[in-house]
Design a protein around this ligand. Sequence first.
Ligand code: FAD
Length: 308
Amino acid sequence: MRVSEQEWKEALAGMYQGHIGFDIPMSEHTSLGIGGAADVFMTPDDPLSMRNLVALLGKRKMPYMTIGRGSNLLVLDGGIEGVVISVNTFSRVEVIRQAGDAVELFVEAGVPLQKLVNFCKDNGFAGMEGLTGIPGSVGGAICGNAGSYGYEIKDVVVSVAIMDAAGRLDRFKGEGLEFGYRQSGIQPTDIVLSANLKLRTDDKDAVAARTEGFFREKKAAQPISLRSAGCVFKNPDGDFAGRLIDEAGCKGMRVGDIEVSSMHANFFVNAGTGSAADYTALMEKVAMTVQQRFGITLEPEIRLAGRA
Ligand SMILES: Cc1cc2nc3c(=O)[nH]c(=O)nc-3n(C[C@H](O)[C@H](O)[C@H](O)COP(=O)(O)OP(=O)(O)OC[C@H]3O[C@@H](n4cnc5c(N)ncnc54)[C@H](O)[C@@H]3O)c2cc1C
């Protein structure tokens, strides 16, 4: 049942600080620029408001999902039922411990990953260099164990603070979070609020050189200035989805305004006013072509959300 704007305001009065929006197009909150409207889009200002919000949603049995920077998300054209919670106001980064060459950072979930990479670069902290150029948030990176050039965020995670669907806040050690290739054991109703990360001090110029080197490689290999959600499919064991898609002849394949990038075949770009229906149709077409050519089933890396 749809809850009116007035009812929301009354239910949360005195319990919630932050922004509330209604019927918000998710195309405004995803790197692909695609997606129907979220019934409600909320950006709590602080953990207490987050807890009160989650408790209210639980009491009313309303569905919700958390979003970072929407750079790994395909929101379907029918939009999102219930509430989308943004953690983007949770944006602190602090050095909490430094001993010998070991450094521990406290980082909130809404911090853009690139901002964290730059913070590490500017301070000579090693461990994040290969994650440069990944456009998501720290929370999104932890949920999907973002990685590139042999670096994965799991390798620097000490612990993660997670709020569950009952509004309970707990801190979990990295080892217990079942990180795998572009995945973690973090549940869809869990909300990542912050993490403690371990890095090493190193020569500032060396960290900068590695970070900038990886960024140059990324820029040369991926269409990072175009609208995409990064890699569409996971790499199958021992191979690369991009190579398979390219060799199956799919570069330039198009449905509506969604096109297989001619620069990197595992990126689908929105060349204008593409829809989620176009995107999923292109995914099926490409996956079927690869299946027929190589007998390999590609699994999606991007996350799908919402109603078709
Ligand atoms: C040009 C480009 C290049 C990219 N290159 C890479 C790459 O090299 N390597 C790589 O791994 N990825 C890459 N990506 C994909 C994407 O940037 C990463 O997956 C990123 O970590 C997603 O973070 P996000 O904040 O945008 O997550 P979102 O897209 O907002 O969300 C992704 C998933 O995480 C969940 N989530 C997000 N934040 C939270 C939270 N705080 N609490 C609970 N759940 C949450 C969402 O519900 C959703 O299921 C690329 C994307 C683009 C557009």
